[in-house]
Design a protein around this ligand. Structure first.
Ligand code: ATP
Ligand code: MG
Length: 321
């Protein structure tokens, strides 16, 4: 890979528990993304996907905080950057779109005002130039008659249009990295597919690197180059889409693959993975998936396998398939 745009190394996120001890939800996460690359981060609920990304953006709030590791953006460690520097980077160089478009928009301000505010926070432009940029951004995300929609309030938009407006806000300043955290789960299936296509298109047209977080491996596979699979606060497998789809080596990835029907393809069997993900603070000393893993042997429960790199793939497993 060329010099990474973002490199996350040994990232840890923890909470202060009631008894004063620390509970870790992100337990040493490593992955990198090249300029313009699209990477999917997949894993079940609670695997630490959102917390990892909030840590990257430095948006974690108490009681959660980053307790270790480095987040290098273009070589600069964001975990060590001051708040003023982060405010300058957020929205301009790195932008994030969240799961629920409703709660991410201010209901009292027009869509146009919210986009122009972001533009004017980062670029020295006049109000009218900011409105032009906002209209262009809305147009780009497929909102018809964009210029006349600037005066609309969030409630006048459908759920899909609100998500488009948030994406417009995120890309208005042409960031180098867009982090989309399950941007489609609140939407119906047709609109989901449109949003996924939109993100793929923006990435292609603007050359923005994309991190797309989802439960749905098939869905992300349609638009990303590489997939990072997380389980129990760790990366268990990472590799190009084709390898993950056809030659996954981690038993968890293989089960995940058979879990969710594809949006565009035929509906496959919905095989649920038996058992539940480990609870926070009750992680086994070994591989977090070992209690549910059909392949597990004694070592798996006792000792965490290291994430080992082999070419473009990485794997943390004692019993790869
Ligand atoms: N503020 C908080 N206080 C305590 N625990 C939290 C807090 N935020 C998250 N957690 C816990 O940390 C773990 C990881 O949460 P995270 O939101 O990163 O999961 P996720 O992979 O994004 O899941 P989902 O797919 O449901 O969005 C979960 O067990 C969650 O309950
Ligand atoms: Mg999440």
């Amino acid at each position: 890979m060329s010099a990474p745009l973002l490199s996350v190394e040994g990232l840890r996120v923890g909470f202060r528990a009631a008894d004063g001890g620390m509970v870790e939800a992100v337990r040493g996460v490593d992955f990198a993304i090249a300029p313009g690359e699209a990477v999917g981060i997949v894993g079940e609920s609670g695997s630490g996907k959102s917390l990892s990304m909030l840590a990257v953006m430095r948006l974690l709030g108490p009681p959660a905080r980053a307790t270790g590791g480095r987040v290098l953006f273009d070589g600069e460690d964001l975990l060590a950057a001051d708040e003023a520097r982060m405010r300058a980077l957020r929205g301009r160089d790195i932008a994030m779109v969240f799961q629920d478009p409703q709660s991410s928009l201010n209901p009292a301000l027009t869509i146009g005002r919210q986009i122009t505010d972001v533009v004017r926070a980062h670029r020295q432009v006049s109000r009218s130039e900011a409105r032009r940029i906002a209209a262009e951004a809305l147009e780009r995300v497929g909102i018809p008659a964009a210029a006349t929609r600037l005066g609309a309030y969030p409630h006048e938009f459908s759920g899909g249009m609100r998500q488009r407006a948030l994406i417009a806000m995120a890309v208005a300043c042409r960031p180098r990295l867009l982090i989309a955290d399950e941007p489609t789960t609140a939407l119906d299936v047709t609109v989901q597919a449109q949003i996924v296509d939109l993100i793929a298109e923006l990435r292609r047209d603007l050359g923005i690197a994309v991190i797309f977080i989802s439960h749905n491996l098939q869905l992300v596979s349609e638009i990303v180059d590489r997939v990072v699979v997380m389980y129990g606060g760790k990366v268990v497998e990472d590799g190009p889409v084709a390898d993950i789809e056809l030659r996954a080596r981690h038993p968890y990835t293989r089960l995940l693959r058979s879990c969710v029907p594809s949006l565009s393809g035929p509906v496959g069997p919905l095989v649920a993975i038996e058992g539940a993900p480990p609870r926070l603070g009750r992680m086994p000393p070994g591989c977090p998936f070992s209690p549910r893993c059909p392949q597990a042997v004694e070592t798996c429960a006792a000792e965490m396998p290291a994430l080992l790199r082999e070419g473009r793939r990485s794997l943390a497993c004692w019993r790869p398939q």
